[in-house]
Write a protein that binds this ligand. Structure first.
Ligand code: GLC
Length: 639
């Protein structure tokens, strides 16, 4: 990687990378048809480079019926014409590399589209050559499960009582075979049968080998802990009202998960281009609902599985993203002041990943992606007088934590959630529509309205409104006629939430992100790799931590997550130390260190030698209830 990092077996290039996720539908439209495309991405590569991105992760642009906006793939080795051509994609790879950046593509291999030729064949009979490439099961005699969603399945005998992630049964009936196929997501996304070694090999060649040949630098691996399921197909206990039950505990981190990933990794490592270049691929997996010791098994270098994961605890906070367990409108944010979401719980999710790194694993720093709402209202405050400070506060946190950094498109200008007046017809996410339909069917208009509110708060469309490049037509995203974009444009683009206006304002959120990314690189040993110690775990208003580099350089990070003035929580020796220097903060100027933190203020100080040893000692003795890495945990790690 550029900017002074050096690669070594223990320091592969991707540890120091600042990554930027592009969700192509909403990034930049080059041909005025109202949705983004590959040429649009190419036109913004200089912008990404300027921001400080080293890696561009491009969400799926493969051939797809787009029922799940590209995560339903009907051909991994072809490009969806709506996004461009294979030549466009090859050009994108080349243009990224020309700028000394790297590119990750999405690897979606838990399921395909129901229009994938493999599935079309598999569904025709019980004895065709691909009959067992997907997970087909017989209905269990007498196991009638009324399915409010699909109608056709109504009163059909089903294999299990599992509920799909977006609602309804996880099984769908195929008449030709008189059997059901498993779909953990939409019914248009049948799950592949990873138990079959012939299928696995075919997946590796079509989805992985093809793109490694094209020169990409790694993959973001979709739903990586759902490849292996418990295939004894048991009903799960009833916890929810109604017949369908959340079964994540039986299909997440299934019995053969690690075996499959190790096998896939061997395929990647042995790929001729990887062998020839000697380059270490970057593999980042999506990993919800996994305790720390099991996360470690995925990311420990000796496991040879993944480089890192997106640990979902931070985005699942207070039950969000579990529509099957908690109704979205009942889920709280920090600003709701509800005990189900406190700063303390937030800190725990952060500390989990920092501890994972301290124990020899590696992690990611992220708060947004295309499946999440925007971070400002979720983790801080959307209040007009504070939201810019809040955006910068989160940026300060994100750029000072150890791990590989991920910025999601629009985060760098503080994009906010969709407008509150949006309703069913404005939403595009199939999961949102299924949720609202189901609530309406079971609870009538009031339940429907609650579901709408829940969707405004947490729905995936929040992260999918077009990137706001300017205050002009369609926020500069597209030259299509006004109102003709595939999803509405947030009109706050006219109130300064856009790239063009922010680039000319040195105090903008955009400039702040750019500066912070530069600091992160300049002090990479502290911010990307430094050890982490929380100083105020029990404090419900502030988050204060120190990061320490191997050579002793230390940073003190003080973040006020409240509307009130708060004292700085750090030992006097540190605050009074002559070697304490203000580095950066979200108020734009250095307030005296004796000054308390203003509402939503964040500051970062550096402690330069020579006092650091004494300070280290003092910090160790500072009274705090930090969840430091517990030794029992590290001993119990069985890789
Ligand atoms: C992942 C993707 C999400 C998609 C789902 C099913 O979670 O990020 O967008 O809907 O997988 O493929």
């Amino acid at each position: 990687m550029t900017n002074g990092s050096s690669c070594s077996p223990s320091r592969p290039w991707w540890k120091d990378a600042v990554c930027y996720q592009v969700w192509p539908m909403s990034f930049k439209d080059s041909d005025a048809d109202g949705h983004g495309d590959i040429q649009g991405i190419i036109s913004k590569l200089d912008y990404l480079k300027d921001l400080g991105a080293d890696v561009v992760w491009v969400s799926p642009t493969y051939k797809s019926p787009m029922k799940d906006f590209g995560y339903d793939i009907s051909d991994w080795s072809d490009i969806n014409p709506a996004f461009g051509t294979m030549e466009d994609m090859l050009q994108l790879i080349e243009e990224v590399h020309k700028r000394d950046m790297r590119i990750l593509l999405d690897l979606v291999i838990t399921h395909t589209s129901d229009q994938h030729p493999w599935f079309l064949e598999s569904r025709t009979s019980r004895d065709n050559p691909k009959a067992d490439w997907y997970m087909w099961e017989n209905g269990r005699p007498g196991h009638h499960i009324y399915n409010t969603r699909t109608g056709v399945d109504d009163k059909v005998e089903q294999p299990t009582n599992w509920r799909a992630c977006f609602g309804g049964s996880a099984w769908y009936y195929g008449e030709e075979r008189d059997q059901h196929f498993l779909h953990l997501f939409l019914k248009e996304e049948p799950d592949l049968n990873w138990e079959n070694p012939v299928t696995r090999k075919a997946i590796y060649e079509a989805a992985i080998g093809f793109w490694l040949d094209k020169g990409i630098d790694g993959f973001r691996i979709d739903t990586v802990n759902r490849l292996s399921k418990d295939i004894t197909w048991q009903d799960v206990p009833t916890k929810l009202v109604g017949p369908l039950q959340s079964a994540t505990h039986v299909y997440i981190n299934g019995p053969r998960s690690h075996e499959f990933l190790k096998e896939m990794r061997v395929y990647m490592d042995n790929h001729p281009r990887v062998q020839e270049s000697g380059q270490e691929l970057m593999l980042v997996g999506e990993l919800p609902k996994t305790p720390m010791d099991d996360v470690m098994r995925y990311v420990h270098p000796d496991s040879r599985e993944l480089s890192m994961v997106f640990d979902f605890d931070v985005v699942d906070l207070a039950g969000h993203d579990s529509p099957d367990e908690v109704k979205a409108h009942e889920t709280k944010n920090l600003c709701d002041g509800d005990p189900s979401y406190t700063l303390l719980l937030f800190k725990e999710t952060i500390i989990k990943v920092q501890n994972l790194i301290a124990a020899g694993g590696w992690g990611t720093v992220f708060m947004e992606n295309h499946d999440q709402c925007r971070s400002i209202a979720r983790y801080a405050t959307p209040e007009p007088q504070y939201y810019q400070k809040a955006a910068k506060l989160l940026c300060l946190m994100q750029t000072t934590l150890s791990g590989t950094e991920f910025i999601y498109q629009g985060q760098e200008i503080g994009m906010l959630d969709m407008p509150l007046h949006w309703d069913y017809d404005d939403f595009r996410d199939p999961g949102a529509k299924l949720y609202i339909d189901e609530e309406f069917q079971s609870g009538g208009p009031e339940a429907r309205e609650n579901a709408r509110i829940g969707n405004l708060k947490f729905g995936r469309d929040n992260g999918r409104t077009p990137v706001q490049w300017s205050s002009g037509k369609n926020a500069g995203f597209s030259d299509a006629d006004e109102g003709k974009c595939w999803i509405g444009v947030n009109d706050n683009c006219e109130a300064g939430v856009n790239v063009e206006d922010q680039q000319v304002d040195p105090d903008s959120i955009w400039h702040f992100w750019k500066r912070q990314v530069a600091f992160r690189k300049e002090y990479r040993e502290v911010f990307m790799h430094g050890s982490f110690q929380c100083l105020d775990f029990d404090n419900m208003k502030t988050f204060t931590y120190v990061k320490t580099a191997a050579d002793g350089l230390t940073a003190l990070v003080c973040l006020n997550f409240s509307d009130e003035v708060q004292p700085i929580t750090a030992p006097d020796e540190v605050l009074k130390s002559r070697s304490l220097e203000f580095l950066t903060g979200n108020l734009g100027q250095s307030l005296g260190r004796e000054q308390p933190l203003a509402a939503w203020e964040g500051r970062v100080y550096l402690l330069k030698a020579p006092l650091h040893k004494a300070i280290e000692e003092r910090l160790r003795r500072f009274p705090t209830d930090v969840h430091l890495l517990d030794e029992a945990f590290s001993k119990s790690l069985s890789i």
